[in-house]
Ligand binder design. Structure first.
Ligand SMILES: [Cu+2]
Length: 108
């Protein structure tokens, strides 16, 4: 009876995932947009210009970090200031979405 074994394991995994989702995390990355991710599509524009243009067209702000692209939820006026730049984001990660508590320029 495999199903009986799998169910408790799945419940444990879900429990662990929701624990991670609730804890605030610090993630370093680059502010981009969800449509382009790590690779901006507009060849003649800077990363910042492309990010702002894509957001204007309905995309969300995103954070590119270590090959992952997170969608940023929060104050868009704040994200706009850091378009195309390296930042440190503090917030709650849930899957590929970050509910941003704070965003500051990376000092690297
Ligand atoms: Cu773009």
């Amino acid at each position: 009876m495999q199903i009986k074994l799998i169910a408790p394991v799945a419940a444990l995994a879900l429990g662990a995932a929701s624990l991670f989702a609730q804890a605030a995390q610090t993630i370093t990355g680059t502010v981009s947009d969800a449509m382009c991710g790590a690779h901006h599509m507009m060849k003649d524009a800077t990363a910042a210009q492309c990010t702002r243009e894509c957001v204007k067209r309905g995309s969300d702000y995103a954070l590119v970090s270590g090959g992952k692209v997170y969608t940023l939820k929060g104050d868009k006026a704040q994200f706009d200031k850091f378009a195309g730049e390296s930042v440190v984001v503090k917030g709650k990660v849930s899957g590929v979405t970050i509910s941003v508590d704070s965003i500051t320029a990376s000092k690297s």
